[in-house]
Design a protein around this ligand. Structure first.
Ligand code: NAD
Length: 485
């Protein structure tokens, strides 16, 4: 029996499942279960949706206004900062990412998401349309209703907050289903929301599986008004199909195969440093990972040499050690998947410059070159610390290769030529282009992907569009504006 238990949080109470079923969550470093988690099914999904519906239809949350909601969301952000260590340890233990990442990035960004969307909703303007026909025309943004938020395991708390924060700020109520591999921080978040004074039923958390589990039940539920999902592209397809039955609007943030273009005129030190971050942060378990690097031929050999040295210097170790930069993959199943891609390279689909398998479920930073264009190493999302580097000879070839994928989440361009930077950015078929940097997020900007990388955008006013129903109000104004009669 594990020492910890994580319950659902439904209508303000932490509960077991009605049938008492549980599953275990495994620490990828010890490879032992570390907590037992209530396994939700139809009964818990129904209870959570009903609680969220009541809180929306009858409770104060949608009606109290953005300023009062914002104060409570800021209070939640304060509590997230106060309890940062507990939250950081929850994600690190659940999915094995280095504590420096959860402490230094994920938890602070989670608090920032709540603060940003609280302020964004409070300060938002809406349209008033000048009318020559004797009418006053303006737009209201009404909360959409009950939101199902389905989160992945790679940034458990941060991705959950990316959905929950704008949904709540705009007056919706939420049922959050965290990934079964990383349930802990969601329960903590829901408890902190109650402690902050957010009313019961406004943020509910149900644990369980996706397909044939609570995830699927939520996406098929007729009382859900919005589905916001982050995860694999094939799961996105299944959710889209399920949502179609009720015509429920969906926002899908899906997989990626980011291209990273390094031109010969780039600052090579900086390009190497960012390329390392882009593929090896979180052991490559990042939708935005720069997993395909294309380097202009005159600097290709030099880039490989410097990039290989920098990759070898990354510190591999225990997730809880503050010096660790690469730690185990999130689960045995995921490790097996990434191991198969490494095996493809070992069997001759390319040449491994450095890397390979490590201890336990760890994969060392792995760089592969001479990979045929059709190899699955180049066409599929590996979601691990494995990167393919390929030379190119012209700007057109670089752009064509970058776009030669069904994914379109993001790309990076390294060049000191600003004309080229703008030209190439315009031609890349992606949702975000980073020039001479990576992972820099302005929360006002649109975030999402094209093609297999997703449907819709979130962030700033894009989140408002998704989480509200814009309503036109048209008022007749009687009388003649000139005579006043
Ligand atoms: P996943 O699709 O396996 O699972 C994500 C969530 O969906 C989990 O909570 C899971 O239980 C649930 N789920 C699975 N099948 C479902 C179904 N049929 N109906 C409803 N819910 C279902 O993804 P994952 O392995 O947890 O996460 C990794 C993937 O997420 C990668 O492909 C990565 O690129 C992607 N991702 C994308 C972004 C982005 O912003 N575009 C960000 C992070 C991760």
């Amino acid at each position: 029996m594990s020492a910890h238990f994580l319950g659902h949080v439904i209508d303000g109470s932490e509960t077991e499942s009605a049938d008492g079923r549980r599953f275990t969550t495994v620490d990828p470093w010890t490879r032992e279960p570390w907590a037992e988690v209530a396994l939700g099914g139809r009964a818990e999904a129904e209870q959570a949706v009903a609680a969220a519906r009541r809180a929306f239809d009858e409770g104060p949350w949608p009606r109290m206004g953005a300023a009062r909601r914002g104060r409570l969301l800021h209070r939640l952000a304060d509590l997230i900062e106060e309890r940062a260590e507990e939250l950081a340890r929850a994600d690190t233990t659940d999915m094995g990412k280095p504590i420096s990442q959860t402490r230094g990035k994920d938890v602070p960004r989670t608090a920032e998401n709540f603060r940003f969307f609280a302020d964004h909703a409070r300060l938002a303007e809406s349209e008033a349309l000048p009318s020559d026909t004797g009418h006053h025309v303006y737009t209201r943004h009404e909360p959409a209703g009950v939101v199902a938020a389905i989160a992945p395991w790679n940034f458990p708390l941060m991705m959950a907050s990316w959905k929950v924060a704008p949904a709540l700020a705009w007056g919706n109520t939420v049922v959050l289903k965290p990934a079964e591999q990383s349930p802990a921080s969601a329960s903590l978040l829901a408890r902190l929301a109650l402690e902050a004074g957010i009313p019961a039923g406004v943020l509910n958390v149900v644990h369980g599986y996706g397909a044939d589990g609570v995830g699927q039940i939520l996406t098929e539920h007729p009382d859900i008004d919005r589905i916001t999902f982050t995860g694999e592209s094939n799961t996105g397809r299944a959710i889209s199909a399920a949502a179609a039955g009720n015509l429920t609007p969906v926002s899908l943030e899906l997989g990626g195969k980011g291209a990273n273009l390094v031109f010969a005129d780039a600052d090579l030190d900086s390009a190497v440093e960012w390329s390392i971050k882009a593929i090896f942060t979180n052991a490559g378990q990042v939708c935005l990972a720069g997993s395909r690097i294309y380097v202009e031929r005159p600097v290709y050999e030099e880039f490989i040499e410097r990039f290989g040295k920098a990759a070898d210097a990354l510190r591999i170790g225990a997730p809880g050690d503050p010096h660790t930069e690469i730690s185990p993959l999130s689960s045995e199943e995921h490790y097996a998947k990434v191991r198969d891609y490494v095996a493809l390279a070992e069997r001759g689909e390319g040449r491994i410059v450095t890397g390979g398998l490590g201890e336990g479920w760890t994969v060392r930073p792995t760089i592969v070159v001479d990979v045929p264009e059709t190899s699955r190493l180049l066409t599929e999302e590996i979601f691990g610390p494995v990167v393919v580097v390929t030379p190119f000879d012209s700007e057109k070839e670089a752009v064509d290769r970058a776009n030669d994928t069904p994914f379109g989440l993001n790309a990076m361009v390294f060049t000191e030529n600003l004309h080229r930077a703008h030209r190439v950015s315009a031609l890349l078929d992606v949702g975000t282009v980073w020039v001479n940097c990576f992972f820099v997020r302005d929360l006002r900007s649109p975030f999402g992907g094209v093609g297999d990388s997703g449907v819709g955008r979130e962030g700033g006013s894009y989140s408002r569009e998704f989480f509200t129903e814009p309503k036109a109000v048209v008022m007749r104004i009687d009388g003649d504006p000139v005579s006043g009669a």
